[in-house]
Design a protein around this ligand. Structure first.
Ligand SMILES: NC(=O)c1ccc[n+]([C@@H]2O[C@H](COP(=O)([O-])OP(=O)(O)OC[C@H]3O[C@@H](n4cnc5c(N)ncnc54)[C@H](OP(=O)(O)O)[C@@H]3O)[C@@H](O)[C@H]2O)c1
Length: 321
């Protein structure tokens, strides 16, 4: 049971036209929040805003926003203030994924500009205006930045994974660092969520086999099983409503319905023994539930969960497969 009412809380979500942002918008809508959906795609954004109202949001607004434009981001927060009076939480979630081999000189190396424009500059735009809006409101609101588990893989891990994610991973490491800096801002609760592998538009093109291979590598519990957007949404909801056990400033690695301290991954990067390994070794006690409470896992429970989730994932046809 949540302790903080989301009734009339104003929540701005970027990247809410699809995937993790959309799932989060629809989940917190059921708690009576005021939802601001941001993204470039008008039809999808308006549909999410309408679905949020149908799900229970007090009201919802779509603001067409390209986060690479500072003017657009400034207008997003101004329009939110004009309509709803201020901002109580910001999900800084929009991002792009591009694959580029760092050392393949036979093909154009052309993904980096977009990665930097969106994941670095765009995220910074939203974080700057988002923090300013939260401070102006003065409600000890939350800002949650979406990173990626790949920002913290040991040396060689991404090459071993095969999908050429080095430049993407580096832009997400920027997000981790930006969040650490923002965490020093008073009266704002800053969190980073670092998803592993979830089934969204971003990952669907990779196909189920690739996704299962990646989740086998990056997951510490549910090996080979991609997560569902609703599971990540539950972690973000618990941050926004203040029920999370994770402290402000946390880097929360999220794997399906489970979470763990993302800094454990960084610790292992600097452990020479982990060279080439993408996965981290966690004790079962390190694994928490979506809200940071002990998950109470045993080896037997993990086996059962993996078997059940694998059966479900296999029966779900991957759109990209
Ligand atoms: N799915 C995973 O396994 C996974 C794993 C680790 C991290 N992540 C991160 O999770 C976040 C959400 O991704 P997702 O998986 O939900 O994928 P998605 O469904 O493709 O969502 C990406 C969102 O970002 C928005 N976006 C992209 N460029 C934008 C721009 N220039 N301006 C405004 N919005 C923009 C898109 O909206 P428009 O196209 O409408 O603009 C879309 O709503 C991303 O930051 C991603 O890097 C995902």
């Amino acid at each position: 049971m949540s302790t903080t009412d989301l009734n009339n809380k104003v929540v701005v979500l970027t990247g809410a036209t699809s995937g993790l942002g959309k799932a989060t918008a629809l989940r917190i809508a059921t708690r009576g929040a005021l939802i601001v959906v941001a993204g470039r795609r008008q039809q999808q954004g308006e549909a999410v805003a309408a679905a949020a109202i149908a799900a229970g949001a007090k009201d919802a607004l779509f603001v067409q926003t390209d986060i690479t434009s500072e003017n657009d981001v400034a207008a997003l927060f101004q329009k939110t203030k004009d309509k709803f009076g201020g901002v109580d939480a910001v999900f800084v979630n929009a991002g792009v994924f591009k694959q580029d081999k760092l050392f393949d000189f036979t093909k154009p190396f052309d993904g980096l500009d977009t990665l930097v424009d969106v994941n670095v500059k765009g995220t910074t735009n939203v974080a700057r205006y988002g923090v300013a809006a939260l401070q102006e409101r003065g409600s000890n609101g939350a800002i949650i930045l979406t990173s990626s588990i790949v920002s913290a893989v040991p040396a060689g891990g991404l090459d071993a994974a095969g999908p050429d994610m080095g430049p993407y991973a580096a832009t997400k490491a920027y997000v981790d660092t930006l969040a650490r800096i923002i965490a020093a801002v008073p009266n704002v609760r800053t969190y980073t969520v670092s998803p592993s592998v979830y089934l969204t538009e971003m990952t669907e093109g990779l196909g189920l086999e690739m996704l299962r291979g990646m989740s086998g590598m990056f997951h510490s519990v549910l090996k080979g099983v991609p997560g569902k957007p609703e599971e990540l949404a539950a972690t973000v909801e618990a941050i926004i409503d203040g029920t999370t056990k994770w402290a402000p400033g946390s880097l929360i690695a999220a794997e399906g319905p489970f979470t763990y301290d993302g800094n454990l991954r960084y610790q292992q990067i600097y452990d020479q023994k982990s060279r080439g390994q993408a996965s981290v070794t966690l004790s079962l006690d390190d694994i928490k539930d979506f809200a940071g409470r002990p998950a109470g896992l045993t080896a037997r429970k993990v086996e059962d969960l993996v078997a059940a989730a694998s059966a479900e994932a296999t029966s779900t046809k991957s759109p990209g497969a």
